[in-house]
Design a protein around this ligand. Sequence first.
Ligand code: ASP
Ligand code: MG
Length: 406
Amino acid sequence: MALIVQKFGGSSVADKDRLFNVADIVTRTYEAGNKVIVVVSAQGDTTDDLIAKAKEINEDASKREMDMLLTAGEQMSAALLAMAIEKLGYPVISLLGWQAGFITSSAYGSARIKRIEPDRIRKELDKKNIVVVTGFQGINRYDDMTTLGRGGSDTSAVALAAAMHADLCQIYTDVEGVFTADPRKVKNARKLSEISYDEMLELASLGAQVLNNRSVEMAKKYGIELEVLSSLTRKPGTIVKEAVKMEEMLISGVAKDEDVARVSIIGVPDRPGLAFKIFSKLAAKNINVDIILQSVGRNGTKDISFTVSRANLKTTVDLLSDYLEQIGANSIVYDENVAKVSIVGAGMESHPGTAAKMFEALYDANINIQMIATSEIKISVLIDRKDADRAVSMIHERFFDEMEQH
Ligand code: ASP
Ligand code: MG
């Protein structure tokens, strides 16, 4: 007998048919002799709808009241799923985050799970119940309900799997797993049978939205194996774990991130300490900087370019415009029409020529590279946004379609 945590995202529980589909998956797992804990998200667009409702009443509603409202979304889906499971004739109980023992920090809207006290869950499992728990929420030290931030129910599931020492944590969603590229855009994109935590983290932060980043970090920390799979097709999904067999794959995926803008400070005096000053200013405002490029100094000045998320562009430019004179730089220019395209793969560490292969694909497609950044398992280029989809396809083709040949 195994203990299995199954998490179902909003699309998997969106309506009556989907709820019964989930009830079927859950009860089959139970029927096979397992203990089953189910974590649910709010149905479909419920969370967005609730946020819209709140805005109609009060644009600046307090975060506490927002959490009071948003936690209701998961309460609904948990109760409805439990009712569907009851209807199929199985013993079940639904629990809210606080009943399931999710103790969080007090930061409403972006609370962190501090610990889980799963006594109640254990009791219910001992009574042979299927336990349905609301994702995305917990309780803080003021006995108020909190939420974990958008997409937080993946994290709820992983945390629960860790606390309960579950044998498996399945994340059911509306895609069949993790693909080598966005399957809606790249025709030969294929499903990976396995991917490592580190690769998944890179891909998640690059905009391959399958798993919430924090949930992967947590799974890595506690060594929880995840399976990402579709509740609709019920085919085996992608396993996310520490080390994976490489299937002779140089890279695991090609991802695109359009949430980026490039900022350049022109004519920065070529003196020690200025990069430090510039980036401290941004750090103080919590602005995350991604790719950084500094030109070789000439005539006593240099240019410093970097990327930020588009939401941070205005603040960045305002902040640094005021600062230009103080540091003796010339001007600041920026470009929002850029995109970051990256390849990710643990295999590239031991394969020279991976970067050259990527750059050649871009060259053949006549796509200009504005900036480059690398890590052990990732190479990113900044390019014109209009070229981004084409770049992803060309790179994907170069790495994946030609692989069968050797
Ligand atoms: N319902 C929440 C959201 O839409 C949490 C989740 O789905 O993971 O963000
Ligand atoms: Mg949702």
